[in-house]
Design a binder for this molecule. Sequence first.
Ligand code: NI
Length: 488
Amino acid sequence: MVSSIVIVIFIIGIIVMVTKDSLAVVNPADNKMISKDLHKRDEIKIKRNDSSKYPGLNLQTETKESEIYTSSIKLPSTSYDSINEPIHKWVKQQEDEFAKEIELNKDFLKDDFRAHLNIHLDTEKITDNIYNLMFYKYEIAGGANGINTTKSFTIDLKQESILELDDIIELNDESLQVIQEKIKSKLINDEGISLYLVEELLDEILQSPENWEWSINKDDLTIYFNEYEIAAGAAGDISTNISLKEINPFLKNYILESLDFVREPTKNEIIEQKEKEEEGANLDPNGKYVALTFDDGPSQTVTPRILKILKENEAKATFFMLGSQVDYYPTIAKQVADEGHEVANHTENHVDLTVADVGKIKQEINDANEKIQKATGYWPTAVRPPYGAYDQNVVDVVSNNEHSIIMWSVDSLDWKSRNAAAVNEVILRDIVPGSIVLMHDIHESTADALSKLLSELKQRGYEFITVSQLLSLQDKNGVGPHYGTLNY
Ligand code: NI
């Protein structure tokens, strides 16, 4: 009685299958059907002028159904075999493995339930040409639990290729160490993961970046670990993000350009740059030097006036620029750097950093540095906090960037007096060798004062160098804060 019911259900099942989906293959024992279908795929021609939301990418869903299994597979295609073949090969592998599992569990499946394979796809557009294709596979072919697997392909339609990790990141000892440490510390500090983490397994995988499962978008590099790969099953599949900003110095030009990023120097490069400035300055250790500094620019009218006067007097100065101003006047910023002055960081938006959290402090400083680097080709290492306001968080962030905090010993009060004669009176009264003088290249009155100021100071034997040169001469390194002579 029971067996005849089963047979009836079986027959109904076949009829339903055939009517529902003409692609379905009726003979459940024939696992070769999977590879037959793949031959069809090779003939799929994709045209670029399609109606896809993702230009250059097309998608089809293949569903199959038999008495012992069901499957649903998303299959993306491009116009390029160099991209399609590896992706389709991976999909076929999954199908083949699934077919093997079905074969193993055939008897069980007939009696109990149908196996299922589901491969779905998340498509993320990174740039006009770069996409991330993230496959999520769920397979259940017997056993109590299904298995989740993730697989990522990052493709570049312009290059007609699938990107490897070393297309994106300069993989060397330094970069690997930084990335490995970041991955590890994120996983260890994640309470939901650390409990189940098997560090030996993680360490082993981290040693071979060629086997990492990864993806990128505009903000992050994501590393994926499958279930059981680095942790007990209870943790499930695991992924962790590293901000591209954190690994910016190791990003390859190709990806920097694609994402419109600026390459930041590594810590070692910053230290080297500082050493070069020290050597290159060729200064007299007993010279009578001061550092003139100009904040809050570049401005459209005042900065060019100041540059002209500095040039006439063969004076070098330091310009603490706002990223937001550099964004408006990149060519003036570049002129400052080209004429041999030091370009320095006065944050992006003139925020009081003592009321900002660490994330905001980092962002304010980093955004300005990026704009300045983009405009001038120079990565500032000197930071002057707006209003001269800093706290331990600011010191920590600046120190961690291998930058220095630069204050001042002579305040021209130009922002207050807006009067050329008053500006000169204050400076000429207070200045001594080694002074750092605070001015602003946004007030016409400051530009009005400068010519007379420089000739008077030159008469007194002063020479004008950049802040970094002054500090190197005084053997003052590190985060500071550095004030100039009054405080030493
Ligand atoms: Ni300011």
